[in-house]
Design a protein around this ligand. Structure first.
Ligand code: SF4
Ligand code: MG
Length: 319
C-alpha cells in the first residue's frame, strides 16, 4: 500500500457538496505473505475505510494498492473476481453479515457457485471441511440452521468459514470480536490465529482494542486521523511506544508489563479528530501533552522517523 488516499464527498439532500471526509489520508505499509499485522485505532480513524479500500469495495482517491505485484485499480471483471477469491473478509457484525433467510449451507454455497466450484458434491465437501475447521460440528446439523438459530460466536465462526472457502491468501478481519460477548472473544481470536498460522495466511486484524493484539500479530500499526502514526513489531510497540498517542492508548490499558509502566503517561483525553477538517500539522497536537508550539501545529511530522531499525513513528520528538 503506497501513498493511499480514500476520500468521500459528503452531500446534503444527495447533491449539495458539504465537505470531504479524509478517511484514509496518506497511508503506506507492506503486508508480507503469511504475516499478521494489526491496525489499531479509535472508531472514526479511518481503519474500516482502509479495509474496504483493500477489499476493492472503495476506489482509492490516490495512491496505489498492489497485491502480489498487481495493481488493484487496474483490475476489473474476471481479474477483480479472482482477486476477491484471494482475500477473505470477516466483518464486525456477524448477524448483519449473514443473510437471515438462508440456511448456513446456502450461505456458504453461494461464493462457491459464484466462483464456479462444481459439482455440488465438491461444494459440500468444501463447506463441510470449512465448518469443521472453525469448530462447527456436526457440520450437517449446523449447515441446516438459519443464522438466528446460532449464537453470536457461532455466527462469527460461519463468517470465518465463509472467508476460508475459496482458500484465500489473505484475511481482512475488521473488529471481528467487538460485537461478541466478552466470554467468546478470546475463543474467536484464538481460532483466527490458529487458522492464520496453519494456512500461512496474511492477516490484517483491525481493532480499536490494543489489549487484543499481543498474541495474535507480528506487527502492529496505529492509525490516527486517517494516517498511520506508528508501526513496529508488536512487542516493541507495546514495550517502547514511540508516539504519544500510542502511549496514551497503552496507559488507558494500565498495561503492567510495559517497560515504562512507572512513568506518568498521557491518557487519551479529548475528542477524536475530525476527518472532514483534520487538525493542521500533527493531527494529534490538540490532544498531545508534549505538543510544541509553532512546530507540531504547523508541520505534519513525516511518517517514518525510525527510533529503532524496525520502528517508525510520525512524531517530531523522534526526529
Ligand atoms: Fe505530540 Fe508534536 Fe509528536 Fe504530534 S509531533 S505527537 S503534537 S509531540
Ligand atoms: Mg470500523
Amino acid at each position: 500500500v503506497d501513498g493511499l488516499y480514500t476520500h468521500f464527498e459528503l452531500r446534503q439532500w444527495g447533491f449539495l457538496r458539504t465537505g470531504t471526509v479524509h478517511a484514509v489520508d496518506g497511508v503506506t505499509f507492506t503486508l508480507d505473505a503469511g504475516e499478521a499485522v494489526a491496525v489499531v485505532g479509535e472508531s472514526g480513524c479511518g481503519k474500516s475505510s482502509l479495509a474496504r479500500t483493500l477489499l476493492a469495495l472503495h476506489r482509492p482517491t490516490a495512491g496505489s494498492v498492489r497485491f502480489a505485484g498487481t495493481e488493484l485499480g487496474a483490475l476489473n471483471g474476471a481479474a477483480l473476481k479472482a482477486y476477491r477469491a484471494q482475500v477473505g473478509y470477516v466483518q464486525q457484525d456477524p448477524y448483519g453479515a449473514l443473510p437471515p433467510f438462508m440456511e448456513v449451507k446456502r450461505i456458504l454455497a453461494e461464493p462457491l457457485i459464484i466462483h464456479g466450484v462444481r459439482p455440488r458434491a465438491e461444494r459440500w465437501r468444501r463447506i463441510k471441511a470449512a465448518l469443521e475447521e472453525v469448530g462447527l460440528t456436526p457440520a450437517a446439523d449446523v449447515a441446516a440452521k438459519f443464522p438466528h438459530q446460532l449464537s453470536g460466536g457461532q455466527q462469527q465462526r460461519v463468517v470465518i468459514a465463509r472467508a476460508l472457502l475459496l482458500r484465500p491468501a489473505m484475511i481482512i478481519a475488521d473488529e471481528p470480536v467487538s460485537m461478541l460477548d466478552a466470554s467468546v472473544r478470546v475463543e474467536i481470536l484464538n481460532l483466527l490465529h490458529r487458522i492464520q498460522q496453519e494456512h500461512r495466511l496474511a492477516l490484517l486484524y483491525i481493532t480499536h482494542d490494543l489489549s487484543t493484539v499481543r498474541h495474535y500479530v507480528d506487527r502492529a500499526m496505529v492509525m490516527y486521523g486517517g494516517r498511520i502514526i506508528e508501526q513496529a513489531p508488536v512487542g516493541a510497540l507495546l514495550q517502547r511506544p514511540q508516539h504519544p498517542y500510542t502511549e496514551a492508548l497503552l496507559s488507558a490499558l494500565g498495561d503492567p508489563d510495559a517497560a515504562n509502566a512507572g512513568r506518568p503517561r498521557p491518557v487519551p483525553g479529548g475528542e477524536a479528530p475530525s476527518l472532514i477538517q483534520p487538525p493542521s500539522g500533527c493531527r494529534y497536537h490538540p490532544r498531545c501533552p508534549y505538543a510544541m508550539v509553532n512546530r507540531c501545529e504547523l508541520d505534519p511530522p513525516p511518517p517514518d522517523f525510525r527510533p529503532h531499525p524496525e520502528h517508525r513513528a510520525a512524531c517530531w520528538l523522534r526526529e
